[in-house]
Design a protein around this ligand. Structure first.
Ligand code: NAD
Ligand code: IPM
Ligand code: MN
Length: 384
């Protein structure tokens, strides 16, 4: 693709960049840890790396990518998941972390994924799971009569507590009298900071409305705390409209009137579920990107999809979610022009139907990656 051809009618919308200040680590290259993971993770990561390399070349970025082998194979061979000291190393010596996907049928309890993926989210206190739901081309949306102006929201998923804290246990396990208890945990500090992050983002990016979603009609303790915090924090941002929806109603509105949603803030598990629904509105799980952020600290970037074992090794997986996650990473470490070029390359390729099979195209994973990398290498200045 030439420089001329990278010009597209699609503007990367301002606003799809993760929250937080630029994370800089001393002098010398910015080091990025790359964890390809399991299943289709390595395939989509290889393409994201190609695109990052192309962006580094085109925009003269001093990046050092360090690939780390921790995945299911490594765990099954060595018993090691996330090595001791890895979190400190990331925090002190890396500007960002990129992850492909975790999950392997040979590890049914997800032990390695819990240690590595959730270990990084929790251990680095990456409390904002930022998940844009953005339709790049009308033809990709499964909803009748909805276009790119209708599907453009960002989900702020709380990422360090809720149903993910692993508090609970079994009593009389394996008997007919078995009891299983699993607790949600919501702290005032945790709830307040994710809600504040959503409002600050709306204010800074010129978005009009923050919608908070919970199930406080049933969860009268944990989710009622969210209601109070939303009300209190919302008062600090009088210029931003607020909306409260129970999660069942929000799921319905995402399908019926996605244009009524702008910035959405919710707890860990609802955010997980709603962003797979959001991915479907964008065209599929192969397209959805995410950033796990603690503003100002080393943060982690990964596609929303999992390891899709049935597609592993077939060269069929869509690399776009990984590539757009790489764009969020570049933006977070201070390279917004490079990030915009990556997003424009994706938008242009989708507009032209240059896609993998999940989107109706006939290209393989690396063909899409090569095309996107070439497009970024030839990009004109696209600063936003
Ligand atoms: P999944 O996201 O891996 O796949 C669900 C389906 O979505 C696939 O079968 C496929 O049809 C489609 N899909 C997903 N990614 C795609 C891509 N890049 N291109 C084309 N199609 C794609 O979800 P799952 O099947 O429920 O989970 C598989 C494993 O991944 C499990 O072990 C699960 O726990 C794990 N998982 C990991 C993450 C993560 O690492 N962040 C996220 C979700 C699931
Ligand atoms: C996601 C995934 C993870 C989650 C799993 C693999 C632990 O579904 O990132 O969306 O539930 O957060
Ligand atoms: Mn998920």
């Amino acid at each position: 693709m030439t420089a001329e051809e990278t010009q597209s009618s699609i503007d990367p919308s301002p606003g799809v960049s993760p929250p937080g200040d630029v994370t800089l680590r001393g002098t010398g290259p910015q080091r990025i840890a790359v964890l390809p993971g399991d299943g289709i993770g390595p395939e989509v990561t290889a393409e994201a790396v190609k695109v990052i390399d192309a962006a580094a070349e085109r925009f003269d970025l001093d990046l050092e990518l360090v690939e780390l082998p921790w995945n299911a194979d490594h765990y099954l061979a060595t018993g090691e998941t996330l090595p001791d000291g890895a979190l400190d190393d990331f925090r002190d010596n890396y500007s960002a972390i990129f992850i492909g996907a975790y999950g392997d049928p040979r590890v049914p309890d997800m032990k390695h994924a819990a240690d590595i993926l959730l270990g990084i989210r929790f251990g680095l206190d990456l409390y904002v799971n930022f998940r844009p739901v953005k339709l790049y081309h009308e033809s990709l949306c499964p909803l009748k009569g909805k276009g790119v102006d209708d599907v453009d929201m960002v989900v702020f998923r709380e990422n360090t507590e809720g149903a993910y804290v692993g508090i609970g246990g079994n009593f009389k396990k394996g008997t007919a009298d078995e009891v299983a208890v699993q607790e949600e945990m919501h702290t005032r500090k945790g709830v307040e900071r994710i809600i504040r992050a959503a409002f600050e983002y709306a204010r800074d990016k010129g978005r009009s409305t923050v919608t908070m979603c919970d199930k406080s009609n049933v969860m009268r303790y944990g989710h009622e705390l969210w209601l109070r915090c939303f009300d209190e924090v919302g008062r600090e941002f009088p210029m931003i409209e607020t909306q409260h929806l129970y999660v069942d109603a929000l799921a319905m509105q995402m399908v019926r009137r996605p244009e009524s949603l702008d910035v959405v803030v919710t707890n860990n598990m609802f955010g997980d579920i709603l962003t797979d629904l959001g991915a479907a509105l964008q065209g599929g799980l192969g397209l959805a990107a995410s950033a796990n952020v603690h503003p100002g600290r080393t943060s982690m970037f990964e596609p929303v999809h999992g390891s899709a074992p049935k597609y592993a090794g077939l060269g069929r997986a869509n690399p776009v979610g990984a590539v757009l996650s790489a764009a969020l990473l570049l933006d977070n470490i201070g390279h917004n022009e490079a990030a915009a070029a990556v997003e424009l390359a994706v938008a242009t390729s989708l507009e032209r139907g240059a896609t993998t099979r999940d989107l109706g195209g006939d290209l393989g994973t690396s063909e899409v990656g090569n095309l996107l990398a070439a497009s970024v290498r030839d990009a004109r200045s696209v600063a936003k």
